[in-house]
Design a protein around this ligand. Structure first.
Ligand code: SF4
Ligand code: SF4
Length: 197
């Protein structure tokens, strides 16, 4: 049986619309990804039960225009936006931003089961930033898993990520956290005003 030959350039041309929408929302061009796999190798939640598709495969699915499939993955929701992948990518792709963009797309289209918990996710995310000035991933992960019932995921990945040093146990201390809080509150104010129109 002969292996199927995939013409990636052709596929990317055929599905350029989705790639372009992801680029607009994330500011990242996933066409640059050449599948080295470094992102997945460093990802603290890769291989845990909740991550059904590895980060490098998410990039490939976007390249191939697999919009419906990629927006239904658990991966885009379980990603903790730690940016380890981003720091490792030799093609300078901010993968965490791509994940976030895919989450927003999925949420907007209400096509995933985890999207039901997206409101909780976004609310807790903003509260976390307002409180600490930057993301306190461990506190966020604990709070989010408790609120959404994803405790098993936390038990699965938590100890390993802490041991690897990829998640800080204690909250970050930022000098200008009050300014960050002010920015976040202003953004919320603008969103509320836009919602009223
Ligand atoms: S590290 Fe970058 S280039 Fe390598 S697979 Fe991941 S996204 Fe693609
Ligand atoms: S940002 Fe998401 S995909 Fe990237 S290393 Fe962190 S958890 Fe994994």
């Amino acid at each position: 049986m002969s292996a199927e030959v995939i013409n990636l350039s052709q596929l990317q041309n055929d599905h350029g619309d989705f790639v372009e929408r992801v680029r607009k929302m994330s500011g990242q061009d996933v066409r640059k990804c050449y599948q080295c796999g470094k992102c997945s190798a460093g990802c603290p939640v890769h291989n845990c039960e909740g991550m059904d598709v590895s980060p490098n495969r998410i990039m490939r699915m976007v390249q191939m225009g697999m919009e419906e499939d990629v927006l239904r993955t658990k991966t885009i929701w379980i990603c903790v936006l730690c940016s380890t992948c981003t720091a490792r990518c030799p093609r300078d792709i901010d993968i965490a931003r791509v994940m976030d963009a895919l989450r927003i797309m999925s949420f907007e289209r209400k096509i995933t089961e985890p999207a039901k918990t997206a409101n909780i996710f976004h609310e807790m995310f903003m509260n976390n930033i307002k409180k600490y000035g930057r993301m306190y991933e461990f506190g966020f992960a604990v709070g989010y898993t408790m609120k959404t019932g994803y405790m098993l995921n936390l038990l699965d990945v938590g100890p390993a990520t802490l041991l690897k040093g990829n998640l800080a146990f204690f909250p970050p201390h930022m000098k200008n956290s009050s300014q960050i809080r002010e920015i976040a509150e202003n953004v919320e104010k603008i969103e509320r005003m836009e919602g009223e129109h």
